[in-house]
Design a protein around this ligand. Structure first.
Ligand code: SAH
Length: 464
């Protein structure tokens, strides 16, 4: 090990920064975050750094560096572009046995700055010993995405009860088991979901030895339109800790793959005979599984609250007092429009966008056709393939021009994406011509024309 990682308590201690520019500012920000009192020495100091020095209760020394500036400092940073000066600062610090960091010159350093993931009080430091700082930063970026931003609050919760738990379990093994349970179970789930008070209540109950009901939890998770890259961090995290996953037809296999390996997977979509599991049966199944203490992910295509019946499923959970969380997903309209190069609104063409169900009850009766033909709006039809001839015909009959541009996007955002553009007048024939099948989204409005310029994603086939 080239460098030993230690975490430095700088609160209230004086740190010397030699240099008054951009790099000095960057280092000074970290130092100030850690509570250091800054002494900055440079002939000129940039205004933002001046403000930082003042707020740290430090001092600006507007002249060249002198060795006496090291006096009383516990850490020295050389951040100038003058190499001989940096070397001199390093030598002076080494002579006095004060830790020194010279920016971008590992050979002159006794301490180096790691790449930092700050989830205070939890802090992660990554270092390549100065050999490959970019690599350290890339690892940091991975950690940033992997560790929820609320993780620090979890550590904060533990800190508040640390002494109490220590008193309760003098045995280290027992204590460790207690905290492992807390950090991997429902208490952590609550805290990470932003329900701090509930997390605290459960933790207190656990400390007091009260048996809380071993109820599980249901996560209603939006899986997005198909491309696994469009999942949210939270969706992925919950998918990786689920005991059971209920999914339907719209959820792509590549997304299901990302669930915990040993999670039980239950398909509740349409079966071969084309009969979906009835909704009330799904609702009941969610309740039953949660009552068995399981953590259940209900994976939904797109966003669970947009034509997803997510509301109905959690109503049932709420009625049974089962805890749940809802994780939004990218809805088909956003995903397909983006990947087809069709902005849903545009200052010149559409001031609003409407998401409409294309599932027609009794033929035509359930859609407000005269509202739908208002100008300067984009219409997005979900589930519109079967009713497409009627939808186009009704829009034209109620006054939208047959020349209105329109698009069909099949399996949007996936490598199988196919896009066909035409007009209200010929859209239905395109479906038959190209054997377009579900899931397909229909976009109607002038914005469709922008695709000509803005298409960027290559799906299964080129533009038709
Ligand atoms: N909750 C989902 C919508 C469910 S309704 C969401 O927010 O996206 C199902 C309809 O969504 C399908 O009939 C189709 O019109 C549309 N859809 C979903 N995913 C799609 C995709 N990848 N490409 C095209 N349309 C899609």
């Amino acid at each position: 090990m080239e460098f030993l990682p230690l975490f430095h308590n700088l609160r209230g201690s004086r740190v010397l920064v030699v240099g008054g520019g951009e790099i000095a500012l960057r280092k000074s920000r970290l130092l100030a975050d850690a509570g250091a009192v800054l002494r900055v020495v440079a002939p000129a100091i940039e205004p933002q750094l001046c403000a930082l020095i003042d707020s740290s209760g430090g001092e600006q020394v507007l002249r060249g560096y002198e060795e006496a500036d090291l006096q009383g400092c516990v850490l020295i940073i050389a951040a100038t572009d003058d190499e001989p000066l940096n070397a001199q600062v390093s030598a002076d610090a080494h002579r006095r046995c004060v830790p020194v960091n010279v920016v971008d010159a590992p050979a002159l350093c006794s301490v180096i700055f790691p790449a930092i993931v700050d989830r205070s009080p939890l802090v992660i430091a990554v270092s390549s010993g100065g050999d490959a700082p970019v690599l350290a930063r890339l690892i940091r970026a991975k950690l940033e995405t992997w560790i929820p931003s609320t993780y620090g609050q979890l550590a904060g919760l533990a800190a508040r009860f640390r002494a109490q738990v220590k008193g309760l379990f003098p045995d280290v093994q027992q204590r460790r088991a207690f905290w492992e349970d807390v950090f991997q179970g429902p208490i952590a789930d609550r805290q990470l979901a932003g329900q701090g008070a509930e997390a605290e209540r459960l933790l207190l109950a656990k400390i007091n030895g009260e048996a809380t009901l071993a109820t599980g939890e249901v996560y209603l998770v939006g899986a997005g339109p198909g491309d696994p890259d469009l999942l949210t961090f939270r969706a992925l995290r919950l998918m990786q800790q689920a005991d059971v996953v209920l999914y339907d037809r719209l959820v792509a296999p590549a997304i299901l793959e990302l669930c915990r390996r040993d999670a039980e997977r239950i398909y509740v979509g349409k079966r071969r005979a084309d009969h979906a599991v009835p909704q009330d049966q799904i609702n009941q199944q969610l309740v039953d599984l949660a009552k068995q203490g399981k953590r259940v992910v209900r994976l939904k295509g797109g966003d669970p609250f947009i034509f997803g019946r997510g509301g109905e499923e959690i109503e049932e959970l709420a009625a049974h007092g089962i805890p749940f969380q809802v994780v939004p997903g990218i809805t088909a309209a956003s995903g397909c429009a983006a990947y087809a190069g069709i902005p849903l609104t545009h200052r010149d063409y559409a001031q609003s966008v409407r998401f409409v169900t294309g599932h027609l009850k009794d033929g035509t009766s359930n859609l407000p056709w005269s509202d739908l033909v208002a100008p300067a709006q984009t219409l997005v039809f979900y589930m519109g393939l079967v009713g497409l001839p009627i939808i186009c015909e009704q829009l034209i009959r109620h006054g939208r021009s047959a020349d209105t541009p329109a698009a069909l996007i099949q399996q949007g955002t996936t490598t199988n994406q196919r896009v066909f553009t035409g007009t209200l007048g010929n859209l239905a024939t395109l479906v038959a011509e190209h054997a377009v099948h579900a899931p397909t989204l229909v976009i109607v409005g002038e914005v469709v024309l922008l695709r000509e310029k803005l298409a960027w994603f290559e799906g299964a086939q080129a533009e038709v």
